[in-house]
Design a binder for this molecule. Structure first.
Ligand code: AMP
Ligand code: MN
Ligand code: MN
Ligand code: MN
Length: 274
């Protein structure tokens, strides 16, 4: 079974349209797929007219939030897309993203980067605005040479464009997911640049708030990271999930559907759904 429960499309910061991503997943032999765009479920609206029976499509979303001033992401899987809780959640996050983008633009403009607001809106178009769109603007206006430099200098953790205060608390986000009948999963726990002790503490708080699982596999991580996360997952008695975090073709660390199998002793999240 090829299972990929974390992917992005052009409705957030990915490059493929929802239909292109779906077709690509089928071509890559994916059996179970979730599209988990940042703070939006628009991909599922885009797929409404499409025949999606070639694989098992699991509804999903990746919410942005913070824990103790650290930006963290929570994936909601198997959510009821027309539930009041999710519709309320995405409306809230859309507004948060818009206000945050205005704030980021203001801050960049203060640093002498002209027309950041107009520029980023043009680039994002109808997509939900995120920092990668700012990165593209910085590249296209010649301020930085590539994505990495854009995040290292302007947008990454602790930099000018790292604005988090607009997100709802993680407890509320978990509540939206649970109220929508979904499963709340801590996304890519190895990406937060926190100590093991802090991660354990984050997982305790996440669980206390109703969080149910964590990604044991994200992208093509090394086997020792998988082993470390698996042990933590078992210790905290959480469900395990796995996904590529695919954003675009050609990205070295994440290929669509290229997700290692979960360790055999895991309680896989999809087993909790039947
Ligand atoms: P946002 O959702 O607006 O907070 O932006 C976060 C997104 O930016 C992530 O989901 C990644 O797609 C992307 N991202 C974060 N850090 C980096 C980085 N160092 N280089 C390139 N892209 C990044
Ligand atoms: Mn992203
Ligand atoms: Mn993420
Ligand atoms: Mn993601």
């Amino acid at each position: 079974m090829k299972i990929d429960l974390h992917t992005h499309t052009s409705v957030s910061d990915g490059t493929l349209t929802p239909a292109e991503l779906f077709d690509e997943a089928v071509l890559s032999g994916v059996d179970m797929l979730s599209i988990t765009d940042h703070d939006t479920i628009d991909a599922y609206t885009a797929l409404q007219e499409k025949d999606t029976t070639a694989l098992t499509l699991i509804s999903g979303i990746e919410f942005s939030t913070e824990w103790k001033k650290i930006g963290v992401h929570i994936v909601g899987l198997n959510i009821q897309l027309d539930s009041d809780a999710i519709l309320f959640g995405v409306k809230n996050q859309r507004e948060a993203r818009f206000t945050r983008a205005q704030r980021i633009a203001e801050k960049l403009e203060k640093l002498g980067i002209e027309n950041a607001w107009e520029g980023v809106q043009e680039i994002a178009g109808s997509s939900v605005i995120g920092r990668p769109h700012f990165a593209q603007y910085l590249i296209s206006s010649g301020v930085v040479k590539d994505m990495k430099q854009a995040f290292d200098k302007y947008l990454g953790a602790g930099k000018t464009g790292d604005v988090k205060q607009f997100w709802k608390p993680y407890s509320e986000i978990i509540e939206w997911i649970r109220d929508a009948g979904g499963t709340a999963i801590l996304a890519h726990p190895d990406k937060y640049k926190i100590t093991r002790t802090k991660l354990l503490s984050l997982l305790d708080d996440f669980k206390d708030a109703g969080g149910q699982g964590m990604e044991v596999i994200s992208g093509n991580q090394t086997a020792d990271v998988t082993q470390k996360l698996n042990l933590i997952c078992q210790e905290k008695d959480l469900l395990s999930s796995c996904g590529s975090d695919f954003h675009r073709p050609g990205q070295a660390w994440s290929k669509l559907g290229n997700v290692a199998s979960l360790p055999v002793d895991c309680k896989a999240v999809w087993e909790s759904w039947h």
